[in-house]
Design a protein around this ligand. Sequence first.
Ligand SMILES: Cc1cc2nc3c(=O)[nH]c(=O)nc-3n(C[C@H](O)[C@H](O)[C@H](O)COP(=O)(O)O)c2cc1C
Length: 397
Amino acid sequence: MNSFKGKKILLCVTGSIAAFKTCELIRILKKEGANIQVMMSSSAEKFIGSSTFAALSGEKVLTNLFPNSPIGGLEHIEMAFEIDLIVVVPATANIICKVASGIADDIISTTLSVCEQPLLFAPAMNNRMWSNQATQNAINQLKKMGKIVMEPEDGQLASLHTGKGRLPAIKSIIFEIRKLFDYPQPLKNKNILVTAGPTRENIDPVRFISNRSSGKMGYAIAHESYKMGGNVILISGPTSLNIPTGVNSINVENANEMHNQVLKYCNDADYIFMTAAISDYKIKNFSKFKIKKNKNNISINLKKNPDILKSLNGKTKAKIIAFALETNNGKNNALIKLKNKNADFIVLNYANEDGAGFESDTNRVTVFSKNKTFINLKKDRKDRISNKLIKFVLKNK
Ligand SMILES: Cc1cc2nc3c(=O)[nH]c(=O)nc-3n(C[C@H](O)[C@H](O)[C@H](O)COP(=O)(O)O)c2cc1C
C-alpha cells in the first residue's frame, strides 16, 4: 500500500521513554510512501540517538534551533511551507503545556508556533502527569485550537505505576494520521473548469508577447478540486508544469483559443476558476514572415482580445471565480472588476510582492464575494491557498 505517497510529515519526538516506539512508526509511514522529517527535543536525545532516526527516515534530523553551523534561511520557518502534517510522538506533558500556551523556547515548540498544518499529539507520560490539572487544561486548550490530542492507553507504565499514560498503539496513531489525510469530497459530481497560465500572442512566426504567469496557481486549484472529488477540466496556456493527477487538460496558446475552449465547457460547469493571465491585446497585423532587423524603429499595433470573463454572462449557471493581479490600489480595482464582470468571487493577489503572484510557489490573497464576505489568506503554499479558497467559495456561494 502506498497510501501516504508524496506526503511530507514532520515527526517531532519529545523526551519520554516511549521515544523508541517512534522507530516503528517511521518504518510504517516510510513503507507507505511518506517523506518523514524528524525533529527531536534535547530531552528526547537522552532517550534515543538522532542517528537512529536519521537512518530510518533517510533525512538529517533537526535537533537545534540554533545549530553550530547555521544555514541560510530558517529551517523551522521553511518547514511551515513544506510540511503537510505534523505529529508529536511521543508528546510529553511539557510540550503539550508549552504549545497550549504559545511558548516557543526550543526547536519543536518554536516550529509548532508557526505551523498551521494539522497537528496531532500522541501523548505518553506517567498517569499523574496525565491527570495533572495543568496538563488537562492544556489539552482542552489545544482541542479548542483545533489540534488533535489522542488519549493515552491504560496499563503498566515505565514508572511501574499502573494507569492512563501509555503511548497509544502505533496502529492507532497510523489510523489517526490516515483520517487526517482523508480528503472530504465536497466537489463530488461537480464539474470544475479552471483556466491557467499565460497566453501567447504571436507577432511573427518566431516572436510573441506574453506575461510572467507560470500557471502554478491554476494548476494548484485544479489539483485541489480533483482531490475534493471534482471532475476537473484545466484549460492551460503554455507552461512548463506537469498536468496534475486526475485532471483533464486542454492546451491552448492564445486568448482566442482560450476563449473558444472556455465557451465550449462553461455550460456544464458548476464552478469556473478564471486563473489564467490572458493577454488583453493581440497583434493587429501578424507578420507571416520573420520581421527583419533592417529598421531603427518599428511599431506593433495591438487590438483588444475578447473579454472572456465578461463573455460568460448569461452563458453558464456556474459560480465564477475571477482573479485580479494588481500592483497598487488592489482592493478597489478588485471590487470594481468583481462588479463589472459580474463574477461571484474575486481573488486579489499582488504581482509586486515577495512570495506572491506570478512564478512564486506561494501566494497571499484576499478573496471577496459578491455577497460582501471576504477572507484574507496569509502567505502559504499555493496548494493550501487553493484548498482554503475552494472552501471559502463553497461556504459563501
Ligand atoms: C527517565 C525519564 C522518563 C521520562 N518520561 C516521560 C514521559 O514519558 N512523559 C513525559 O511527559 N515526561 C517524561 N519525562 C520528563 C521529560 O523528559 C521532561 O519533562 C523534559 O523536560 C521534557 O522535555 P521535552 O518536552 O522538550 O522533550 C521523563 C524523564 C525521565 C528522566
